[in-house]
Write a protein that binds this ligand. Structure first.
Ligand code: PGA
Length: 316
């Protein structure tokens, strides 16, 4: 007779711990994230492994390679914990409280403005906790597929009928050079001129890179010399030091971020992209998420636009 698995599994906490080990890619990082000791995390994962009766992952060097059984357990853990998170929200909603956690995952480039939307919201709802994940476009799309968060901020959302999206803000991509670069003196620069310079590009998986590659593909222009750097700030410093030129979101230049750099007058630029709030249609929005989206619609967006204008986002 088959015994029922759930009777063996100790606690939801074990599932939560396994999920953290998977998401943080290791016992050490998971224990830090959960504020537990490493032996506690190891012991709980061991108990869960014994209950499941088969290894959940193998350690290869410093990397954990999850087995099929491990991946299936992680997927179930995610669903079970998600259900509890939803129950938590429903109970909070029933109590009429705007308390709980707002979980959002945003692309690295939008971190320049998202906090300016969250600040005023948190002032209005001081009992709300914010959980903000930041990653490049590919990482955020993975989280969107898994449904790990309440909603997501990306540009170029996938064409998918299962997704809801709200257009949020323009995200113009502008060409930049060092302040003293010879191109910065020119009134008209062709794309070819720009692409003849050493070009500093974000990593594969970045939304900024995706937009630049699409733009150049349409113009049938190839980059000659290309160097990959995984962060907007690192690119800005490399450009500032005269290592090359780049195209980045104008948002990266606001709030004093333009020092030492020039925005170049390149034909057909800026590349006009937009940011969107995106979420899975089938996942019900929590009261807090709705409150946040309403806050953005009612005042957050217009206040932010004004603030960005004041802080020097060069829209054109
Ligand atoms: P990125 O995304 O930070 O991955 O480049 C920006 C975007 O999606 O516009």
């Amino acid at each position: 007779m088959h015994s029922r698995l759930h009777a063996h599994i100790g606690t939801l906490r074990q599932l939560e711990i396994l999920l953290a080990v998977y998401e943080h890619d290791g016992i050490t990082a998971a224990s830090e994230a959960l504020h537990l000791t490493q032996p506690t995390v190891s012991a709980q994962v061991k108990k869960l492994t014994n209950a499941i009766g088969t290894p959940l992952y193998n350690q290869v060097g410093r990397k954990l390679i999850f087995t099929d059984a491990g991946l299936a357990t992680v997927a179930t853990a995610r669903k079970v914990l998600d259900q509890f998170a939803q129950l938590d929200m429903q109970l909070a909603d029933l109590r009429g409280l705007k308390s709980g956690t707002l979980k959002l995952a945003v692309v690295t480039t939008s971190k320049y403005f998202i906090p300016h939307l969250l600040g005023p919201f948190c002032k209005r709802y001081p009992d709300v906790d914010i959980q903000l994940k930041v990653g490049n476009r590919r990482q955020i799309l993975e989280r969107l597929l898994e449904g790990s968060d309440d909603f997501y901020v990306i540009s170029h959302p996938p064409e998918d009928t299962k997704l809801e999206k709200i257009e949020l803000l323009p995200n113009p991509l502008v060409a930049i050079s060092a302040g003293k670069h010879s191109l910065s003196q020119r009134k008209h620069i062709s794309i070819t001129d720009l692409c003849n310079e050493r070009f500093l590009m974000r990593e594969a998986g970045s939304g900024t890179r995706y937009a630049i590659e699409e733009f150049l593909r349409k113009k049938q222009i190839e980059l000659h010399s290309n160097m990959t750097i995984e962060s907007n700030e690192a690119i800005k410093h490399a450009v500032m030091s005269g290592l090359g030129v780049s195209i980045l979101s104008a948002h990266t230049l606001a709030f004093g971020g333009k020092a030492g750099l020039s925005v170049l007058n390149v034909e057909s630029l800026p590349i006009a992209t937009h940011w969107y709030f995106v979420w899975q249609r089938e996942k019900p929005l929590s009261l807090i998420t709705e409150a946040f989206l309403n806050h953005v619609k009612d005042e957050g967006k217009s206040n932010l636009l004004r603030e960005l204008q004041r802080m020097g986002v060069p829209w054109q």
